[in-house]
Ligand binder design. Structure first.
Ligand code: MG
Ligand code: MG
Length: 255
């Protein structure tokens, strides 16, 4: 069952989503060769405070995790797919890297979640295509977030875009409901059969987040308990928006 929100709560999510979009844009502008993941983390915390928001994931223990997440940002570089920890063993970004910046905030008690993958300086052609394809997969999936469609339709749209570019969705990982807590029902698989899964209803707030990989899409978790990497060490990209299902067009809250 998904968690219903009142009109007022949806309004807070809309406000929070705009703030999150601004924070991500500011972090994105700081991404350059020579900057460390720790500096990005510190900037994110500073901005969240400035906007009157709190980090959604700092100190949060997702279902099945053995410890709380230690940072506000997830910074995942190249073969890292998601949940790279920026502040425990900070890394310095290198020219040619692709880096996924993923974060969530809590604003007026409501959560929103969003991610972008950005190039560090000049990147190779395949990496550029990977970023383009993953962004397109997100937008195509969002188009399917309409009353009466099913969660499988969102995953199907992602898989179709991946196929078109000869990339693979990361296995086992997917999107989720979001709002009163960082992770709510329904789970959104990133590859799925059309017409399967949970029916979408007006008022659902979904964090849709395709991760596409240059290789097989098989992933494993590192010993830190959070960072997912591709098994073949090939690159991965990740985009995410929090989206409201309405009677009409889907509404992106985290632009
Ligand atoms: Mg996220
Ligand atoms: Mg998410």
């Amino acid at each position: 069952m998904y968690v219903k929100k009142t009109e007022e709560e949806l309004g807070f999510m809309e406000e929070g989503g705009k703030i999150l979009g601004r924070i991500l844009t500011a972090i994105e502008k700081k991404v350059a060769p020579g900057i460390s993941t720790l500096e990005l983390e510190e900037e994110a915390r500073r901005l969240m405070k400035e906007f009157g928001a709190t980090p959604a994931f700092l100190g949060y223990t997702p279902h099945g995790a053995r410890r709380a997440y230690p940072a506000a940002l997830c910074v995942s570089i190249n073969e890292e797919v998601v949940h790279g920890i920026p502040n425990e063993h900070p890394k310095v970004l290198q020219e040619g890297d692709v880096v996924s910046i993923d974060t969530g905030i809590c604003y007026k008690g409501l959560f929103t979640d969003s991610a972008r993958t950005v190039p560090v300086g000049k990147i190779d052609k395949t990496s550029r295509l990977l970023i383009k394809a993953t962004k397109e997969a997100l937008l195509e999936s969002i188009k399917m977030a309409r009353v009466g469609n099913k969660t499988g339709d969102l995953g199907f749209a992602i898989a179709e875009v991946a196929k078109k570019y000869n990339f693979s969705p990361a296995e086992d990982l997917g999107g989720h409901g979001v709002g009163k807590t960082p992770h709510e029902d329904p789970f959104l698989p990133n590859f799925s059969a059309r017409g399967q899964g949970v029916i979408l209803e007006e008022g659902m707030t979904l964090a849709i987040e395709p991760m596409l990989c240059e290789g097989s899409g098989k992933v494993k978790m590192l010993s830190d308990g959070y960072t997912f990497v591709t098994r073949d060490k090939k690159r991965s990209a990740h985009f995410e928006h929090t989206v409201l299902v309405t009677k009409g067009e889907p509404k992106i809250l985290t632009r």
